[in-house]
Design a protein around this ligand. Structure first.
Ligand SMILES: [Zn+2]
Length: 245
């Protein structure tokens, strides 16, 4: 018989997570969003054998990655006066190292994981050219302020507006990249992914990254499952006002 010991549901962890609002104190991973919650753990700020280690005030919520990253690092626990650092001080000193390491991992990921996936996506991405897509999107970005009260749009919104205008460009995009939006976008090019690619490569467009925000969309008469949005676009400053092109 296999014995279960369910880590995430064990008594004190839940209380610790609750006290930290279910957020990793180092990187901010939000366990209130599924399935992030699965990756929360409890991190002891004090090493084994140190008195007070098991006091809840010295245990914090950390995602698994941040938690194990510095298992072998010895931190300064005391200030110059020999007094134990405060909880905030203990968190902050570890946070610096954790964030540094996370960046190294991110750089590795961009170079070795993301770029490979982008390459795969780009192989079949030239059925409609970047130029054609940018030209179709320009009027929408120009009207964004008037119609939507914002200068920033993401590719979902742009594809939604294009669909409302139902024109030959839309048809061409659907024939090339299918009808689906959002779901599965990581593995294959959908119209939304293709718009995002073309706009992010255009010199006429400014491209901003945001922290993923769960956003709901409606495209045509269809509600789209809420999606995480990372990229938003607007016209380059010269084109933002007026109609000169
Ligand atoms: Zn974390």
């Amino acid at each position: 018989m296999v014995k279960h010991y369910d880590n995430s549901l064990r008594g004190y962890s839940f209380e610790i997570h609750k006290q930290d609002n279910f957020v990793c104190v180092y990187c901010g991973l939000d366990g209130k969003i599924w399935p992030n919650w699965l990756y929360l753990s409890s991190d002891h700020l004090l090493p084994k054998g140190y008195s007070g280690r098991e006091k809840p005030k010295y245990i914090v919520t950390a995602c698994v990655f941040c938690n194990v990253l510095h298992n072998k690092t010895v931190f300064d626990l005391e200030n110059a006066d020999g007094k134990l650092k405060s909880k905030t001080e203990l968190i902050e000193q570890k946070k610096i190292l954790v964030l540094e390491r996370r960046n190294q991992y991110k750089e590795f990921w961009i170079k070795n994981v993301k770029s490979q996936n982008d390459e795969k996506k780009n192989r079949n991405s030239d059925m409609v050219t970047d130029k054609e897509i940018v030209e179709a999107c320009m009027p929408i970005l120009k009207n964004a302020q008037k119609e939507w009260g914002t200068v920033f749009l993401n590719a979902y919104q742009i594809w939604g507006i294009l669909n409302n205008k139902e024109n030959s460009f839309c048809k061409q995009m659907r024939e090339a990249y299918g009808n689906e939006v959002g779901e599965g976008a990581g593995e294959r090019v959908t119209p939304v992914v293709r718009i995002s690619q073309a706009l992010s490569r255009s010199k006429k467009i400014e491209h901003y990254y945001m922290d993923g925000m769960l956003t709901e969309f409606r495209i045509g008469d269809k509600d789209i499952k809420p999606a995480y949005i990372y990229d938003v676009f607007r016209l380059q400053a010269d084109d933002k006002l007026g109609d000169k092109n």
